[in-house]
Write a protein that binds this ligand. Structure first.
Ligand SMILES: [Fe+2]
Ligand SMILES: [Fe+2]
Length: 274
């Protein structure tokens, strides 16, 4: 039976001597494919892959969940190591964008080195994802995720301008899913489109199959009590929930208090087999 190995390479928290970083990178390996979902800010990925004895040279693909610096850094380094690797992301991933909060402005788009690496990729290797596609018969990429649940406030402090006028909906936010029989695992970057929106969209794309595991950034830092309650209700049928990166401590504790041991704190260095 073919199985998946999923390794968290970069996260805000890290095991032992691994480097922690505000960012996310997850390696998915099956017998046939090796796929890197996000690259963090770049530094932790270099250090942690070496420390975990993971050679990225055999990567088949990199998927970028969205165009934020903490998910796309060091792409140039990865593509240098793995020259045959294909790249999957949404066409607006390179857009200049800002976080504007309490009049503090910060550029949060991918670093220039990543944009250059994308620009240098031959067309045949760069896949702009505007709709769901399969990378392999058991690994899919969502493309933009419809935001159907009203309780999932997908806004935030993201803007295309420094004045905070033109809101950035992060429409490039995409997720991946892994298929094992009738069960699905969803990997999210920051889940800017909403965690439940993402899970439900993956189920829509895969009729007859159910999402049982979800791993990634859930972006619940500013979630209301109502949103957290509805999120927990929808996650009742899961058997593994791994909040990483931007989920927020309060939200993670709430998930754990309601869903018990099925919730496992994500951190760099954790490996799952299924
Ligand atoms: Fe993030
Ligand atoms: Fe993000």
């Amino acid at each position: 039976m073919e199985r998946f190995k999923v390794t968290i390479l970069v996260d805000n928290i890290a095991k032992g001597n691994l480097v922690k970083e505000h960012g996310l990178s997850i390696l998915v390996e099956s017998e046939r494919k090796s796929i890197l979902f996000d690259t963090g800010q770049g530094n932790a990925l270099k250090h942690n892959s070496r420390a975990l004895d993971i050679d990225l040279k055999d990567l088949d693909a990199v998927v970028l969940s969205h165009g934020h610096y903490d998910h796309t850094g060091g792409l140039d380094h990865v593509l240098e190591i793995a020259p045959n690797c294909e790249l999957y992301c949404h066409p607006t991933v390179k857009k200049t964008r800002y976080s504007v909060r309490d009049s503090k402005v910060k550029e949060i788009q991918p670093p220039r080195s990543t944009v250059q690496a994308l620009d240098n990729l031959p067309d045949a290797k760069l896949h702009w994802i505007k709709e769901p596609i399969m990378i392999d018969d058991r690994i899919g990429v969502t493309g933009p995720i419809p935001r159907r649940n009203a309780y999932e406030d997908t806004g935030g402090s993201f803007f295309f301008d420094t004045q905070g006028v033109e809101a950035d909906p992060v429409e490039d936010d995409i997720a991946i899913w892994l298929i094992k029989d009738s069960e699905l695992t969803v990997l999210t970057g920051c889940a800017h489109a909403g965690l439940i929106n993402t899970i439900e969209y993956v189920e829509d794309i895969n009729p007859g199959k159910t999402v049982r595991k979800v791993i990634g950034g859930f972006h619940l830092v500013n979630a209301s009590k109502e949103r957290l309650q509805k999120t927990v209700k929808r996650l009742q049928n899961m058997d593994l929930i791994v909040p990483c990166h931007c989920t927020g401590k309060k939200a993670k504790n709430y998930l754990q208090s309601c869903l018990g041991k099925r919730v496992r704190q994500g951190e760099a260095g954790i490996v799952f087999f299924f």
